[in-house]
Write a protein that binds this ligand. Structure first.
Ligand code: UD1
Length: 413
């Protein structure tokens, strides 16, 4: 429940990145360990992966933001449908399992609220490394006779988890693997850095061509998860949409250029102040057009939040989604709050209105739920966002952090 209309003020700290922590945790099964990860956010997706790792035979201990994993023996090769359907990123265990044991059986993720989301590129990469892959009864069966073998793989589309999956598998392959048209996201760079810390030999992460010299085995991982650029961007929009002024600690500005530049175009003030980033807005935003793109383009994971902001702009903005075709489920909910948004194919034409009004709305996916909360912070009256379990998948204590900035928000049963 949110009572809108309070400008946010104060300081907030960004948690560790979910999308970095998930592949890092999956990578722990590449070696017996013991592994230590710190600054891991407490999220439902992390719990889901923990359960999966335990089913595979890992021992996982969580203490505050620290996670210790040891994995002396793989006891199961199966990532079951029940887990994969609640979190698609479970598919990240496929590459590591296959590389370490030569076998994996992972449920095929189905569609989800933001589109069909195939994993053909993950499979294409693993096949190129020598695995045989078959699909039966909703499961991917992957097998490798002997070690995987390095080769050149050119992805048809840059895929983040696909790049990560194949990268992890290639660390233990024989010889050199070259990944072309690889995803350049900061989370891929972070994974490569952590793998290199375990003894892998990876160069080029962060560019479209990554080279991996396979090694025979990997050692323990000891890594601090970097801050979440999407959470940081969500706070920036929260400050802007309420016309407040906040300071963000652990804000990874260097990974946020596309978001920062669009917010600045909209009239939001963003500047560095020592270790903090100050974000402030005084007026209604200017309209801006944007297109989601793979990194370093505008992230699809910030599209819904930006739409909430632009629904209050002084003119018309066009937001085009090029990464996930159906990622507009929040549009109908924002409309219930008074936003004027028309969908035209892959674009949303957002005609700014002077104010939104609170309403009961329903979250449909993780970032959509953030966008509804942001809209609620600015709307007149009460907004009730239901199905917030989506939010808990990817934001750590969002309502507590927003309350500490002066928002009137509470979780109710
Ligand atoms: C990751 C992020 C997610 C983010 C997305 C795009 C994690 C855990 N999740 O998801 O938050 O929204 O990147 O930045 O890091 N595709 C194929 N075939 C494949 C794989 C992908 O066609 O085998 C397509 C997808 O349908 C989509 C595009 O490639 O159109 C990008 O998807 P991808 O980068 O794979 O997203 P995820 O890794 O699932």
């Amino acid at each position: 429940m949110i009572k809108g209309g309070r400008p946010l003020h104060g300081e907030v700290r960004v948690s560790g990145a979910k999308n970095a922590a998930l592949p890092l945790l999956a990578a722990t099964i590449l070696s017996p360990g013991p592994h230590r990860l710190s600054n891991v956010p407490r999220l439902r997706d992390i719990d889901t992966l923990r359960i999966l790792l335990e089913q595979l035979g890992a021992e996982v201990e969580i203490n505050g933001d620290e996670v210790r994993v040891s994995c002396p023996k793989i006891k199961s090769h199966r990532a079951p449908y029940e887990l994969v359907k609640t979190m698609r990123a479970s598919v990240l265990v496929l590459g590591p399992l296959l590389a370490r044991t030569g076998r994996a059986m992972v449920s095929l993720p189905g569609g989800c609220a933001i589109g069909t989301r195939p994993i053909d590129q993950h499979l294409k990469g693993l096949k190129a490394l020598g695995a045989s892959i078959s699909l039966r009864h909703g499961y991917i069966y992957a097998r490798a006779r002997g070690a995987l073998r390095g080769t050149v793989i050119c992805f048809d589309v840059p895929t983040v988890t696909g790049t990560e999956n194949v990268l992890m598998a290639a660390t233990l392959a024989e010889g050199e693997t070259v990944l072309k048209n690889a995803a350049c996201e900061p989370e891929v760079v972070e994974l490569a850095r952590a793998l290199n810390g375990m003894g892998a030999r990876i160069v080029g992460a962060g560019t479209e061509e990554i080279r991996v010299q396979g090694v025979e085995s990997l050692g323990p991982m000891d890594h601090r998860v970097g801050p979440d650029r999407i959470e940081a961007g969500t706070f920036m929009v929260a400050a802007a949409i309420t016309r407040g002024e906040i300071r963000i600690r652990e804000c990874p500005l260097e990974w946020m250029e596309a978001v920062v530049s669009k917010l600045k175009e909209a009239g939001v003030e963003i500047s560095k102040e020592g270790d903090l980033v100050r974000v402030a807005a005084r007026w209604r935003p200017e309209p801006v057009d944007l297109k989601t793109r793979p990194y370093p383009g505008f992230p699809t994971d910030m599209q819904a939040q930006m739409m909430a902001l632009l629904s209050l702009a002084k003119g018309t903005s066009v937001i085009t989604e090029t990464v996930f075709e159906d990622r507009f489920m929040h549009v109908a909910e924002l409309r219930r709050m008074g936003a004027q948004i028309q969908l035209q194919g892959p674009s949303a034409v957002v005609k700014g209105v002077p104010k939104l009004t609170g309403a009961p709305v329903m979250a449909t996916d993780l970032r959509a739920s953030a966008s509804l909360i942001l809209a609620g912070l600015a709307a007149e009256g009460i907004t009730e966002v239901s199905r917030i379990y989506h939010l808990d998948r990817g934001y750590e204590k969002l309502e507590e952090k927003l309350s500490s900035l002066g928002a009137e928000i509470k979780r109710v049963r």
